[in-house]
Design a binder for this molecule. Structure first.
Ligand SMILES: Cc1ncc(C[n+]2csc(CCOP(=O)(O)OP(=O)(O)O)c2C)c(N)n1
Ligand SMILES: [Mg+2]
Length: 536
């Protein structure tokens, strides 16, 4: 209350969500599209613990976040006071940096240092816990703030230092590949990365967070890697003998069986966080630093060397026999629907996806070259992320079309944020891919548990159109039969256009086949070369 009392009229814009998890995901949405620090606040105890999932999510996906939590008064700490939780302790393993404030004098420095750690190096979450007596105390701020970040040695030394090694590796390589992760967009080095890739002209792949960093129309681009990546991308990884990794941590959804990941490759890893190196196996050459420094240095070196002729390898890796292979028919209408939506989106729109089958279909169909245009909870995979994250994205970019794609399960995890959407009049375009299942889990039950769909049936879903109405949000329903004709009938197309271009919030419920599956797929424990393309 003392903080809210002071905030009122302070000029800082505060957005009230309906659940603290909504607040932290909204702050993440804001941070993910702007690169600026998102801030979420919550009261002590249950308010603070409701932030935990968002903090874990920000840690996994390198999102700059400052969470400010209220704490019981200093004298009561450790007494099991009313609404006391040791938030510092609870979030210790999830934060980059955290602090329990003990005196009012610390506040300016703690805030400065917190924001510094959230956005410096590999971005991540910070927690600042402030007891209520300190929030109530008054003191004139006379400045200055004493905190000064430690000067880091310049990354410029990377220049030259690795050129000979890279040149030698390149000249010995017959099948080089580039893998692009989140680091390119986080560091703001996408233009330089694209120049580098154009120069290298080698088969190039993206992780889910790398989508948009590579121009999808580039002749050398093979699409997304990993469990639901493209056949071409995964085979290129399996065959490569020299792998450039640009800002990706090689998570297990990317590598498949780590023991059999890129088995022939020497790895050159461009990475800001040394802790992410050698996770799968030792790399031949780590290039530690901000990609904004190391990629331009690489490009400069590359331009001084002539490169071998890799056209035969390019022809194999990008060849038509590796074109999209998905022999599973039941998901076609949903994929067409997403294609239809994405192709009608205005340029520079942002797609926010929740977690599950719809997320993977959306990632597979996403074809934009907007580096921060695809927002999803990748590392943690937190259902309920999309709707509140879309709130944060739309607040950060009021003029941008924000398309939120959720599942019927995940949408119900933060459905209360429809009230925030309505209250703020945010023109978010919300889609629920309604397959009446916790679909991704059901898919695994079908494939690996003999179709025992234990506790994944959502056939008693509420009527989402009626729910939206109760929140005073316009809603529609579209049956997958509308996608039987392709290209779609003009009325369907017009309806999708009206939906996307409406100045109001809109919800569109798409009825998806309950047993539609995501393919291709690398089964758990398999190598990337062991993809399956449809149901047995
Ligand atoms: C908070 C949370 N709980 C559980 C899971 C495990 N999980 C992953 S996908 C999924 C099903 C998602 O169902 P739905 O939102 O309907 O999306 P669909 O897969 O059907 O498209 C579940 C339960 C998770 N990722 N996050
Ligand atoms: Mg579902």
């Amino acid at each position: 209350m003392p903080l809210y009392d002071a905030l009122d009229g302070s000029g800082v814009r505060h957005v009230l969500t309906r659940h603290e998890q909504g607040a932290v995901f909204a702050a993440e949405g804001y941070a993910r599209v702007t690169g600026k620090v998102g801030v979420a606040m919550a009261t002590s105890g249950p308010g603070a613990t409701n932030l935990v999932t968002g903090i874990a999510d920000a840690k996994m996906d390198s999102v700059p976040l400052v969470c400010i939590t209220g704490q019981v008064r200093t004298a009561m700490i450790g007494t099991d006071a009313f609404q006391e939780t040791d938030v510092f302790g609870v979030t210790l393993s999830l934060t980059k940096w955290s602090r329990l404030v003990r005196t009012i004098d610390e506040i300016p420095d703690v805030i400065a240092e917190g924001f510094h750690w959230a956005r410096s190096g590999r971005p991540g979450p910070v927690v600042i816990d402030i007891p209520t007596d300190i929030l109530k105390a008054q003191k004139e701020f006379t400045g200055p703030v004493n905190f000064r970040p430690h000067a880091r040695p310049s990354d410029a030394h990377a220049e030259g230092a690795f050129s000979d090694v890279i040149a030698a590796l390149l000249h010995r390589a017959a099948r080089p590949v580039a893998l692009v992760g989140a680091g390119a967009k986080l560091s703001g080095s996408v233009p330089e990365l694209r120049q580098t890739l154009d120069h290298l002209n080698i088969p190039t792949l993206a992780t889910v967070h790398g989508l948009g960093a590579v121009r999808p129309e580039s002749s050398y681009y093979l699409g997304m890697v990993g469990m639901h990546g493209t056949h071409a991308a995964n085979m290129a990884l399996h065959e490569t003998d020299l792998l450039f990794v640009f800002g990706a941590r090689l998570d297990d959804r990317v590598t498949g069986d780590p023991a059999r990941f890129a088995p022939h490759a020497k790895i050159v890893h461009f990475e800001i966080d040394p802790a992410q190196l050698d996770r799968v196996r030792p790399c031949e050459l780590p290039v530690i630093g901000n990609l904004a420094d190391t990629i331009p240095a690489l490009l400069k070196e590359l331009r001084r060397h002539s490169l071998p002729d890799w056209s035969a390898w390019r022809a194999v890796a990008c060849g038509s026999e590796r074109a999209e292979r998905d022999l599973h028919g039941l998901a076609q209408p949903t994929k067409r629907f997403l294609d239809e939506l994405f192709s009608r989106l205005p340029q520079d729109s942002v797609v926010v996806a929740d977690v599950g089958q719809h997320q993977m279909w959306a990632a597979q169909r996403y074809r934009s070259s907007s580096p921060r245009g695809f927002v999803t909870s990748g590392g943690l995979g937190a259902m309920g992320f999309a709707l509140p994250a879309a709130v944060g994205v739309q607040l950060a970019k009021p003029e941008t079309c924000v398309l939120c794609v959720s599942g019927d399960g995940g949408f119900q995890m933060n459905i209360q944020e429809l009230a925030t959407v309505h209250r703020l009049g945010l023109a978010i375009k919300m889609v629920i891919v309604d397959n009446k299942y916790l679909g991704m889990v059901r898919q695994w039950q079908q494939l690996f548990y003999e179709r025992n769909y234990a506790e994944t049936d959502l056939s008693d879903n509420p009527d989402f159109v009626e729910i939206a109405k109760a929140y005073k949000i316009h809603a529609w329903r579209l049956n997958e039969s509308a996608m039987a004709e392709y290209p779609v009938a003009s009325e369907t197309g017009d309806m999708i256009d009206r939906f996307l271009h409406s100045p109001e919030p809109e919800l569109l419920v798409f009825d998806c086949h309950p047993e539609a599956n995501v393919y291709p797929m690398v089964p758990a424990g398999a190598a990337l070369s062991e993809m399956v393309f449809g149901d047995k």
